[in-house]
Design a protein around this ligand. Structure first.
Ligand code: DX5
Ligand code: ZN
Length: 210
């Protein structure tokens, strides 16, 4: 299973955290969590700084936009050359066009499904998306506890995956215990478990060993 690392909850400052993830042989990518203070309570709205933050970073980047109207910011995000961009589709009036716009740039278009949302209400997007980010915590903060209801949701999502063609990543509360519950996923986003330690490689090895 791929492990991508979210840097919002770390022992080190943003720059040092990004640098450490980038230097990790076993990290499969860096996950950028963008929060606008509207779609979610917290805000770290530093889109203008992002390009600078990621100078010299060569790990694949994916962007999780916890933002109202993410389409307003896509031109900035495209400049980062991410491999994937996830939007919460109901923040847009015409999400399918936005997802197509992302795919047409050669970037994987992704949607996010929150813990309190039904998988069945996202079926319309499955033919278009290349990735689905299944939230295992409520979006808005790092360091929350993994929600066990994710296990059944993953089973349900896997049924759709066998019909359509998308990758499944699970995001939130992933550590060396909870990773066992999501073995059917293609990847996981882990933040605190990796970044609150001082040995990122060892923490990621623990996740990959399970
Ligand atoms: C939650 C974010 C997650 C999260 C991951 O709003 O989308 O990416 O911060 O961090 P941990 O592993 O601390 O839950
Ligand atoms: Zn995230």
């Amino acid at each position: 299973m791929k492990i991508v690392v979210s840097y919002i909850n770390s022992k080190y400052n943003k720059y040092e955290t990004i640098r450490r993830i980038n230097n990790c042989r076993n990290a499969d990518g860096i996950h950028i969590d963008l929060m606008d203070g509207y779609y979610v309570f917290n805000s770290n709205f530093t889109i203008m700084d992002l390009l600078e933050d990621f100078i010299g970073i060569n790990k694949p980047i994916d962007v999780h936009m916890m933002i109202e109207k993410p389409s307003n910011y896509l031109p900035f995000i495209f400049n980062l050359n991410p491999v994937g961009i996830y939007i919460h589709p109901f923040t847009e009036s015409d999400p399918i066009s936005i997802l197509n716009l992302i795919n047409n740039r050669g970037i994987d278009a992704g949607i996010v499904i929150n813990p309190d949302e039904d998988i069945s209400s996202f079926v319309q997007f499955f033919p278009v998306v290349k990735r689905v980010l299944l939230m295992s915590v409520r979006p808005g903060a790092g360091g929350q506890e993994f929600l066990m209801s994710t296990i059944n949701k993953l089973v349900e999502l896997k049924k759709y995956q066998s019909i359509y063609n998308f990758l499944i990543y699970v995001d939130g509360g992933i550590d060396d215990t909870t990773i066992k519950y999501i073995q059917g996923a293609d990847g996981a986003v882990s933040g605190s478990f990796v970044c609150l330690s001082d040995d990122y490689e060892r923490q990621i090895d623990k996740l990959k060993a399970k």
